[in-house]
Design a protein. Sequence first.
Length: 532
Amino acid sequence: MEQQRIYRAALYCRLSKDDDGKMGESSSIQTQRDMLEGYCRQQGFLVHDFYVDDGYSGLHYDRPDFQRMLNDIDSGNVNMVVTKDLSRLGRDYIQTGYYTEIYFQNKRVRYIAVNDGYDSNLENNDIAPFRHILNDMYARDLSRKVKSAKRQRMKNGYYISGQPPYGYMVNPDNRNQLIVDEEAAEVVQRIYGLSLAGYGAKKIALNLTEAQILTPGAYKFKNGDTRFARQTRESGGTKWAWETIQIILKDRVYIGDMENHKSEKVSYKLKKHVYVPKDQRIVVEDTHEAIISREDWNKVQQLVSARHRKPHNNYENLFRGLLFCLDCGCRLVMQSREQNGKRYHKYRCNLHLRNLEKCPKPHQITYANISNIVLERVRGLATLMRDDYGLVKLVQQKSAGNVKADKLITEKGNAEKRMNELARLLRKLFEDNAKGLLDDRNYEVMMGEYQAEQVALAGKLAEVKTQLAEKEDYADQLEKLHEAVRECLDIRALSPLVLNKLIDRIEIGSQEVVDGERQQEIRIVWRFAGEI
């Protein structure tokens, strides 16, 4: 008979991170253990073992001790399961219902939820399915609240991940902020420097491996994070993967921006994550100290996107990602051919090669010609900016085509003064109309005229401020170019590092014959300062 069975009870306790601290001391693991042990003692049930999952959500059933308990049930060692309440077993009403109504029944396991008064041996359990649904609703509501709070923290630019990115550490005085880890930051700067020098991800990984530099995982293990012990042993701690380099080169955290919401759960019931498109991610700029300048990071993104293929014929393509068609804006691609035992290289518009109707002219130029032209212009710029006088001269040249700064300042002052006068006049109009000194018709006419002037002045003032800001910004950008070009005063040959430090893009025009001479426009857009 059922009542004569000897029960060997599994006492199952669970507490999720979401429950911890919200449900009080009554839900702590120790309290659950004491309650269940006392209940079994009172009822005369034998306790086979305690099964504890501390910090695990009730929505998932791959909990370690829950699975151990199922193994003991399958082995015949356990024929009773006791929990504090139904929610401790789980919060997904479908899965929990499966265990209570099907699995335990098939295994002839008696299940008791003490606080809910549920006992599978009794016939008054009609309320149990509704409790499962309520527990599921609680989990859904809690998930929604946690998601909302997390999203707000993302919008505030807080650091919310569990693992700080390589090159940073969590600020001990503010857990929501990152601070620079100087030792690792030097390696990050080296990685970006190699990228600017024309190295691909695989070549950078090889460089770091040969230099015996610790990988991010090995570095964190060295600093006490034991989670990376196995990876460190397997890789030796210094074998860099090119995938790691790619992640570092594309992560905008290194320019001081916090990029969150990179992935999201498919459902609150599933652990599966899907990646969020870049335009839907939450980005807050300048939340922490940058390791890489924004200009260098943008340049590296341009270089990474241009590195599709290996160099042809072991020939280094110095201008990869830099040459563009002046007319259609498409990239120029390198073509090679052999003539008289000698190999020649030239660039042609990629769109022209694919569609003559959209770009009828090839905009071609030989490797030798573009190399000589760019080298000559780099030398010329370096000579011009040899001292501060050259810098001042460039700023003056830029200003010559625009309104002078002093005139802009005067216009700004006059506009602001008139805006203040209009605000005063509008207030007086309102007061005179309210006192009956000005009739409604004249009030509306004069109000309309003043407001129209206000709108026009606001537009003009915004334009003047923009021009002033551009002039100030241009001077600052020229100073950055000045710093970068100082190293090129005695340059004899071009290199990827020189090109990528100084040039954003080179636009190649089509070859034209003018007065019997072949001419071709070559436009260089310099980093920081644009065209000069």
